[in-house]
Write a protein that binds this ligand. Structure first.
Ligand code: FNR
Length: 351
């Protein structure tokens, strides 16, 4: 029933995964107050090294990218050193790990960086606030962002690229650019959050310009074979829906198809969800426009994920919540042992 999952998978000349089960990126908010990964985090990731690949929880590239408490960073020497413990623990147990690089854009909150940096701007493509408050911190309402200037966009590209180089210094096998789930890169790709009238807005070519600049800068810095990207063509989180987004992603995916990334990953919580303007599910839409290595995710079990790979819906399966509940997820699936059910209370401890 899980024959596909236990085959090895060659991403490229540099990287071959021992199986097709990937640990999805899962924010845990457990870094220390300097956003340095802890020993407990190293142990947590080390316990999950049987996955063909681990994608780290999202890691902020610079202080103003932070939108949640105690999310780790990759911009100080201490943070790089902290991640070294994590990558060592994973490698010692025979695993591989990518860092997910993150800037939350308009989902950032100065509460997290104002004291340390002295500034309180929230940066995004346009001055369109996301509605609501920071999860579990109801007193923090999202503020209207300041549109980034062309010079600031160039700086962001440099900061992504530097964070990728820092990830390699920290021992990661590669990076996944977080271009999904309504955060900064995704904010450029959707009309709801991108109302710009310069060379970064309005047309598919313009709206994809910054995301592609990040992809290309990182590919040049650390190699395309170690660079991956997560995308959410369907607006479903921190984002309003707009049918014009379809043209943006048609163009963006064609551009990605012409590059040689390690893989492309869908960002979604439930891959059964259908989007009118995509003509179906996010993964089916991306598969039609992108023929290279695709990672599916979103409420799959090992069995339904295996089936989806057998049907060629995608090539690799990312598993999120079940990996929180079962550090030994891979072994349990292999031996047919029952899985522990996930529940939200599990987020309060790092097991
Ligand atoms: C997530 N997800 C997520 N996605 C991402 O790209 N970066 C992240 O840091 C996080 N953090 C995160 C935390 C928690 C607690 C949850 C539950 C989810 C989304 C995750 O990677 C995955 O797409 C979803 O959980 C759906 O997969 P499962 O859980 O149904 O296998």
């Amino acid at each position: 029933m899980t024959q596909q999952l236990f085959q090895s998978y060659r991403l490229n000349d540099t990287l071959t995964l021992t199986n097709k089960i990937v640990m999805a990126p899962l924010t845990r908010c457990m870094a220390d107050d300097n956003l340095v990964p802890t020993t407990a985090m190293a142990e947590y990731y080390g316990r999950r090294a049987q996955a063909g690949l681990i994608i780290s929880e999202a890691v902020i590239i610079r202080p103003d990218g932070q939108g949640y408490p105690n999310t780790p960073g990759l911009f100080t020497p201490e943070q790089i050193q902290g991640w070294r413990q994590v990558t060592d623990a994973v490698h010692a147990n025979g695993g591989k790990i990518f860092a997910q690089l993150w800037h939350t854009g308009r989902v950032a909150h100065p509460h997290f960086y104002q004291q340390k940096t002295g500034y309180s701007d929230v940066f995004a493509p346009s001055a369109v606030a996301v509605e609501g408050t920071v999860p579990r911190m109801r007193e923090l309402t999202y503020q209207t962002p300041t549109p980034v200037s062309a010079v600031q966009i160039e700086q962001l590209v440099n900061d992504y690229s530097q964070a990728a180089a820092n990830a390699i210094d920290a021992g990661f096998d590669g990076v996944e650019i977080h271009g999904a789930n309504g955060y900064l890169i995704d904010q450029f790709l959707h009309h709801d959050s991108n109302r710009r009238e310069d060379e970064f807005g309005q047309t598919p070519e313009n709206m994809a310009r910054f995301p592609l600049a990040v992809v290309d800068a990182i590919s040049q810095r650390i190699g395309a074979d170690r660079t991956a990207l997560r995308v959410s063509p369907g607006a479903y989180f921190n984002m309003g829906s707009d049918s014009r987004d379809r043209d943006v992603f048609d163009y963006f995916l064609a551009q990605l198809q012409a590059r040689d990334l390690a893989y492309l990953h869908i960002g979604i919580f439930d891959d059964a969800m259908e989007f009118d303007y995509l003509g179906g599910t996010a993964s089916a839409y991306v598969r039609q426009h992108y023929t290279k290595t695709l990672m599916g995710v979103g409420s799959y079990s090992a069995e339904t994920g295996d089936q989806a790979i057998a049907e060629d819906k995608f090539d690799l399966l990312a598993i999120g919540r079940p990996f929180i509940a079962n550090p030994d997820y891979v072994e349990r699936v292999r031996s047919g042992e029952k899985l522990v059910d996930y529940s939200e209370e599990m987020l309060t401890t790092l097991v």
